[in-house]
Design a protein around this ligand. Structure first.
Ligand SMILES: C[S@@+](CC[C@H](N)C(=O)[O-])C[C@H]1O[C@@H](n2cnc3c(N)ncnc32)[C@H](O)[C@@H]1O
Length: 148
């Protein structure tokens, strides 16, 4: 918002601590009129009145635990990509017709092929998959609705 990319913002996380941090930021920056935050397990607690132009997400990046991780599982573990699969299945209900998705992933434990089927089978097409210029461990999957 500070860079003028958007006028309004909707945030969501399942972790109450993350939601509290967002609420504090909203309050301290007087953004109540333009920013909404939901405590939501994936998209299940988002009201259908929400219709987005752009969805940006940084979901848990690993589908299993195979290394000793310091951060809690809620940060990094999406067991067998269940969260990703549910996300791509349902996100269309909240996306405007010409909306776009930009999802950050991690080259250490996934490739584009990990998600391609779940993206395409839910009516989306991959537009591009740029690597993060600041840290090449991260890449982004940018997708849009497949034209009918
Ligand atoms: C890689 S961290 C990203 C944190 C932060 N959003 C960012 O971009 O820096 C993954 C986030 O996904 C959240 N998360 C994990 N499981 C979730 C679920 N079922 N529904 C919603 N959010 C979830 C975690 O609480 C954590 O904040």
């Amino acid at each position: 918002m500070a860079h003028g990319l958007c006028d309004t913002l909707c945030l969501a996380d399942v972790n109450p601590l993350a939601v509290q941090a967002c609420q504090k930021t909203i309050r301290e920056n007087r953004l109540e009129d333009n920013v909404t935050v939901y405590l939501s397990d994936n998209l299940t607690d988002i009201p259908f009145s929400e219709k987005w132009d752009l969805v940006v997400a940084n979901p848990p990046h690993f589908k299993s635990v195979s290394t000793k991780k310091i951060s809690p599982e809620i940060i990094f573990l999406d067991k067998d990509w269940v969260l990703h699969r549910e996300f791509y299945k349902n996100v269309g209900k909240f996306l405007k017709e010409d909306g776009a998705l930009v999802i950050q992933e991690n080259t250490l434990r996934s490739t584009i092929d990990s998600f391609k089927d779940m993206i395409e089978s839910n009516g989306f097409s991959i537009v591009d998959t740029p690597v993060c210029s600041l840290d090449s461990r991260y890449y982004y999957i940018w997708s849009r609705r497949t034209p009918k």
